[in-house]
Ligand binder design. Structure first.
Ligand code: FES
Length: 89
């Protein structure tokens, strides 16, 4: 199963294979996606999920308010549907 992630408002789209994180898929597609540690510690990859579903193997350290605002750790978030995300606040 392949999903499509679209970064808005830039309208950059890339494919994600089943089981990949947002960050893995972005880097595989040569998308310049902010990242540093790739293990859920530095928050460089934080982005906002506008539509779609992700799941985590390990829940990242986000407050309830941050979760409600849609913040996700791209390096940890496994894609489960087509997504729209934003890198800006
Ligand atoms: S790259 Fe460091 S938390 Fe995702």
């Amino acid at each position: 199963m392949t999903y499509t992630v679209t970064i808005t408002p830039e309208n950059i789209a890339f494919d994600v294979e089943n089981g990949q994180t947002i960050l893995e898929a972005a880097l595989n597609n040569n998308i310049r996606f902010p990242n540093r540690c790739q293990v859920g510690a530095c928050a460089a990859c934080l982005c906002r999920l506008l539509t779609g579903r992700v799941k985590y193997h390990l829940e990242p350290m986000l407050t309830e308010a941050e979760k409600a605002q849609g913040w996700v750790f791209a390096c940890q978030a496994v894609v489960e549907s087509d997504l729209k995300i934003s890198l800006s606040e």
